[in-house]
Design a protein around this ligand. Structure first.
Ligand code: PSU
Ligand code: MN
Length: 308
């Protein structure tokens, strides 16, 4: 593949892509801005290990040294995880960060864009961004939704962050033509909680089935990605009522503090992590690792279907 200097694919990822083997893209904003240090490093390690265990090559994406790097090393990840000056990079920030040379961590939107650009078909995260509560007036709707609508990548997640307006998030995905598919569930997960009460129309029960759906989308020429919803592992998931009050408190604090724009999500996550304590953090790390494993199985199934 002929890539511009602005994108650097590290050797292990490049070899896997050239061989047509399974690669999973991982976002880095959840590491740099979504979790406290040093838990964020543990999260990154568990995601990377989860991808490898399930037989794929992990490709965490971020911006370093005026280039978008695909396949960050453990050293790169510690840089992004430990420096509070690291920028949060959505799709629209990519060019500015590459031009300025500042380090940055990529959101789901920027990660999906770069993955599609370099030929990676599957990525994993915790929860995608979506429509914030009150989004119908603030218009605070994550660029994740618009980017998934134009980047043909399967995004494996535990739904959208439960701090969001999940019903309107699903509505925007529907309007954008993005398939939302339950992985062994017919319900949209609510991140820490396994259910939201919102039904999904489509469900797959295996990685092979998910890969078949991706293949069908590609053969039809659909230009969008898909959202694959995997519930938080039962042993660490939290009750919906339990997270509800944590979230309400965080949202009140954000309103009182006048937090706006791209600072909202990191603020809410930090607040919930601080107030919720160890169990909430563990639920977050466990679902990140599990989504990475499921993404790797889907990437492997898609790679062998494409080769065969
Ligand atoms: N989900 C998480 N932790 C996170 C985020 C999502 O579990 O840190 C991040 C992701 O990188 C997502 C971003 O793409 O928040 C969305 O931010 P915004 O609402 O500003 O688009
Ligand atoms: Mn936002």
């Amino acid at each position: 593949m002929n890539l511009p200097k602005a994108i650097e694919i590290r050797p292990e990822v490049r070899d896997a892509l050239q061989a047509g083997s399974a690669v999973v893209a991982l976002e880095s904003t959840v590491i740099a801005h979504g979790l406290p240090h040093p838990k964020n490093l543990e999260a990154a390690e568990r995601m990377v290990a989860g991808v490898r265990q399930a037989g794929a090559v992990p490709a965490m994406i971020g911006v370093l040294g005026a280039r978008v790097v695909v396949g960050l090393s453990p050293e790169d990840i510690s840089v992004l995880a430990g420096d509070p000056e690291v920028a949060k990079v959505s799709s629209r920030d990519l060019s500015a960060l590459v031009a300025s040379g500042r380090p940055g961590a990529t959101t789901v939107a920027a990660t999906a864009f770069v993955a599609a650009r370099v030929g990676i078909h599957v990525m994993a995260t915790g929860g995608i961004g979506g429509v914030h509560r009150g989004g119908e007036t603030s218009l605070d709707i994550s660029a994740d939704l618009a980017e998934i609508a134009r980047s043909p990548v399967a995004v494996v997640c535990s739904g959208a962050k439960s701090i969001l307006d999940l019903e309107r998030t699903l509505q925007v995905l529907e309007t954008s033509g993005v398939p939302v598919v339950g992985y062994r569930t017919d319900e949209f997960p609510a991140f820490y909680a396994r259910g939201s009460g919102l039904r999904l129309e489509h469900q797959v029960d295996s990685a092979d089935e998910a890969a078949r759906l991706m293949t069908a989308g590609r053969d039809l020429g659909l230009p969008c990605g898909i959202v694959v919803c995997n519930r938080a592992p039962a042993e660490s998931a939290l009750d919906r009522s339990e997270v509800g009050s944590l979230i309400d408190a965080a949202i009140r604090a954000a309103e009182e503090g006048g937090i706006r724009g791209k600072a909202v999500t990191p603020f809410l996550l930090e607040h919930i992590g601080r107030e919720g304590g160890e169990r909430v953090l563990e639920a977050n790390l466990a679902l990140l690792a599990d989504n990475a494993r499921v993404a790797a199985r889907i990437a492997a199934a898609y790679a062998s279907a494409t080769a065969g």
